[in-house]
Design a protein around this ligand. Structure first.
Ligand SMILES: NC(=O)C1=CN([C@@H]2O[C@H](COP(=O)(O)OP(=O)(O)OC[C@H]3O[C@@H](n4cnc5c(N)ncnc54)[C@H](O)[C@@H]3O)[C@@H](O)[C@H]2O)C=CC1
Ligand SMILES: CC(=O)N[C@@H]1[C@@H](OP(=O)(O)OP(=O)(O)OC[C@H]2O[C@@H](n3ccc(=O)[nH]c3=O)[C@H](O)[C@@H]2O)O[C@H](C(=O)O)[C@@H](O)[C@@H]1O
Length: 434
């Protein structure tokens, strides 16, 4: 069994480190964050993912996985660091990939293999990471192997998908590809596909998420069309999907997470050819505006209203709020009424926010002190409308009769179509589905 150093112990690196360790490799998990290292060393898993705590504990207790704040020499280095998205430039930040490369370079030995798992724009492994590693005086493909092996696991089901998803591996040459394949074969149960080069593997990963994003954009546009024809978009989509070659996804409040809304931009980072893909992004980003229009129409305007948003996680049953549609909706609602500047007698200026809708947030899965999340009852107290923005299981169980006692008005926008509409109607609610 091989020695491995995993760089970055987040949603991807930590389960990957534990997986290799539980398959008898000697793994050192390295993270630059002192907090992450300390918490993991104390046996605490710092984010919410089903089954992960026990899986990591098993790996640490068997002494196959060690948590460290230092990079070590290893036969395999696997890079799972963030690739953040710059909303202004719409580009990938590669600074963490670069610093991981710089940290590996002094420890690199002939015969070692470096694998980049982070999601990156096409060309990153060959044009950004390779030159940094070659500062060591060793040649990629000759003295050490270098490959990209993108990660495709679904948050909420990471441990199962790590083993069961097909892998795409592309090295800077055939020897590099083979070295990476040999490693992943130790636990991957699905097929391992190889590509001509690392850039193809990077491209494949990005078009998978781009396809899903564009498909959801079609679903969102269908939902808006169906609304105009006064028909149920979900029923129509489900019936359309009875065709053997049609698979339309589900409409909703927009597309969240740090992958689907971001990867289409990574795909176009070094090309001028994004067109339909860019438009699909705009359709998905426009869903918060569409919900605001429904709220305005149903409430006769938003002045002095109170809107409760249920769900600020980016999707159901996770606690991650990156690119959250619920939070985007809250921000846009707060900006709906232009705040009036009032000239004061002393010559100063005050901002009158009295006409802006007031927003409350509720999410049983999110634990973020900065968001001022409220309990279910506090959030709906005096509210004119509830917007269900995430399909958490808990929301399906909400008792409309109980909720109605607190509310000032009776509107519910169910953007995920998870409520029992008849039951809510019976208790006097007007339910509008996306
Ligand atoms: N979370 C997901 O669902 C998926 C993520 N990805 C991709 O995987 C990559 C990692 O994503 P996440 O695990 O979600 O990120 P994350 O933010 O959860 O974790 C990244 C970790 O890397 C650490 N780190 C930063 N720079 C480092 C360095 N130079 N050396 C060692 N550690 C360093 C951070 O402290 C953090 O703990 C990203 O490119 C992401 O797009 C791919 C598929 C799924
Ligand atoms: C092609 C694909 O399924 N990619 C997955 C995706 O994970 P992620 O959790 O971001 O995906 P998701 O479950 O589609 O959710 C993204 C967003 O899309 C929304 N969503 C999803 C499906 C749908 O029919 N309608 C819809 O509106 C969700 O509510 C959420 O806001 O991106 C991950 C990644 O690349 O990080 C990748 O590993 C996962 O396999």
């Amino acid at each position: 069994m091989s020695t491995l150093c995993i760089h970055g112990l987040g949603y991807i690196g930590l389960p990957t480190a534990a997986m290799f360790a539980n398959y008898d490799h000697d793994v050192v998990g390295y993270d630059t964050s002192e907090e992450v290292v300390t918490r993991l060393s104390d046996g605490e898993v710092h984010f919410d993912e089903p089954g992960l705590r026990a899986f990591v504990t098993q790996a640490i207790e068997s002494e196959q996985l060690t948590i460290s704040n230092e990079v070590v020499e290893a036969k395999y280095h696997i890079i799972c660091v963030p690739t953040p998205f710059d909303r202004e430039t719409k580009e990938a930040g590669l600074e963490y990939v670069e610093s991981a490369g710089q940290a590996i370079e002094p420890h690199l030995r002939p015969g070692d293999t470096v694998i980049l798992e982070s999601t990156v724009p096409p060309g990153t492994t060959a044009d950004v990471l390779r030159p940094i590693l070659e500062e060591s005086g060793l040649d990629a493909g000759e003295d050490f192997a270098l490959a990209h092996c993108p990660e495709t696991v679904l948050p909420g089901d990471i441990i199962t998908e790590l083993k069961q998803n097909a892998r795409i591996i592309g090295g800077v040459n055939g020897v590099s590809t083979e070295a990476a394949v040999r490693l992943y074969e130790s636990f991957v149960e699905a097929e391992i596909h190889t590509t001509a080069n690392a850039t193809t593997a990077e491209f494949v990963k990005l078009i998978q998420n781009t396809f899903r994003d564009a498909n959801i954009a079609i679903a969102n546009e269908i939902a808006k069309l169906a609304h105009d024809y006064e028909i149920d978009s979900r029923e129509a989509i489900s019936l359309a999907n009875e065709h053997p070659r049609v698979n339309i996804h589900h409409p909703g409040p927009g597309v969240g997470g740090h992958c689907l809304p971001v990867d289409p931009w990574f795909l176009g980072q070094n090309s001028e050819e994004l067109d339909l893909i860019k438009h699909a992004r705009e359709v998905n980003d426009g869903m918060s505006g569409y919900i605001i229009d429904i709220l305005k129409e149903e409430l006769g305007g938003l002045e002095d209203t109170k809107i409760a948003i249920f769900g600020v996680a980016y999707k159901g049953n996770v606690g991650d709020t990156r690119e959250s549609p619920g939070l985007k909706l809250a921000r846009e609602l707060q900006a709906v009424s232009p705040q009036q500047e009032i000239a004061m007698p002393d010559g100063g200026v005050e901002v009158d926010t009295s006409s802006s809708p007031s927003i409350t947030l509720h999410d049983p899965h999110v634990n973020d002190q900065t968001l001022q999340l409220l309990s279910r009852e506090e959030a709906v107290d005096g509210a004119d409308a509830i917007v269900i923005a995430t399909d958490h299981d808990e929301f399906e169980e909400i008792d409309p009769l109980f909720i109605s006692r607190f509310m000032n008005n009776n509107l519910v926008i169910d953007s995920k179509a998870i409520l029992d509409e008849d039951r809510w109607n019976t208790e006097g609610f007007r339910v509008s589905r996306i």
